[in-house]
Design a protein around this ligand. Sequence first.
Ligand SMILES: Cc1cc2nc3c(=O)[nH]c(=O)nc-3n(C[C@H](O)[C@H](O)[C@H](O)COP(=O)(O)OP(=O)(O)OC[C@H]3O[C@@H](n4cnc5c(N)ncnc54)[C@H](O)[C@@H]3O)c2cc1C
Ligand code: FES
Length: 272
Amino acid sequence: MSTVVPPLPYRVAGTRAETADTRSIELAPVGRELPSFAPGQFAMIYAFGVGEVPISASALRGRHGGLVHTVRAVGAVSTALYRMRPGDTVGLSGPYGTGWDLDAAVGHDVLVIAGGIGLAPLRPVVQAVLDRPAAYGRLAVLVGARTPADLVYRDEIESWRDPARVEVTVDRPGPGWHGAVGVVTTLLDRLDLRPERTCAFVCGPEVMMRHTARALLARGLASQRVQVSLERNMHCATGHCGHCQLGPLLLCRDGPVVGYDRVAQLLLVREL
Ligand SMILES: Cc1cc2nc3c(=O)[nH]c(=O)nc-3n(C[C@H](O)[C@H](O)[C@H](O)COP(=O)(O)OP(=O)(O)OC[C@H]3O[C@@H](n4cnc5c(N)ncnc54)[C@H](O)[C@@H]3O)c2cc1C
Ligand code: FES
C-alpha cells in the first residue's frame, strides 16, 4: 500500500526547459520532508488555486539536492506547473504507487524503452543502473520522440552513451536530423538482445507500450520480465475513489508500474 502523506509545501529550487512544452522542476521541502521516492513512483503535485495532478519523479536528487519532476503542459494544472519559476511554492504528497522492480533486474541485462515524456519515470532507472554497474549486465536505452524538438534530456542521453548502448529515433525528422526515423520498436533490430537474461522497462503512450511489449515477447522475452508504467485519471491516489481502475487493478495503488504479464489482456480493453 502506498504511503499516504498530506500535501506538504515544497519550493521550486530550480527549473530546466526540456522542450517547448516540457519543463523539469526541482522541488525542495519548505519544512517537513516527504519520505524518499523510489524510481517509478509518483507524487500528487498541487498548483495552488488550480488543481492537483499525478507526476512521476524524474530524478530522485537534482542539482540542488531536491526531487525532480518533468511536466508536459497539456491542460490547466500541468501548464501551471510548467510555468513555475524558482521560489514558487506547490503542495506535494507521496510517494504513491509501485516503483520499477530493479531487484528483479540484478544480474540481468537492462533494456529501457521510452516514448516521449515516458523517459521521465525511466530516467531514475538508468541512473540506478549507472550508479551500480557491477550489479547489472549490459544497459541499453532506446528512445523515441515525435520530432527531434520533442526529445527530452538530450544532453543527458548523450552522456549515457558510454557505457550504455543508446539509440534514438523520431517519427518525423526535421532539418539537421541525421539519426533514425521510425517507431521505437524498429530500434530493437539494432540490439544483440539476450532475451533469457534481459529485463525490460517500458514507458510511453499506451499504444507504444503495447507494441513494444509484443515485440519483446516475439523476441523471446518472458512477459513477467517486461515492466510497463500505466497512466489513468487519478483523483485520490490512495486506492479509494476508483478513478484509476484497470480491470481488477487500481493503478494508483497496484501501479503505475506493473508486470506486462498482469496487464496484457486488460490493455486490449479501451479505457472507458
Ligand atoms: C502515474 C502518473 C504519472 C504521470 N507522470 C507524468 C509526468 O512525469 N510528466 C507529465 O507531464 N505527466 C505525467 N502524467 C500525466 C499528467 O498527470 C497529466 O498530463 C495531467 O494530469 C493533466 O492534467 P491537466 O489539468 O494539466 O490537463 P487536463 O485538463 O486533465 O487535460 C487537458 C487535455 O490533455 C489531455 N491529456 C491529459 N493527460 C495527458 C497526457 N498524459 N498526454 C497527453 N494528453 C493528455 C486530456 O485528455 C485533455 O484533452 C502522469 C500521470 C499518471 C497517472
Ligand atoms: S486514484 Fe486510484 S483509487 Fe482513486
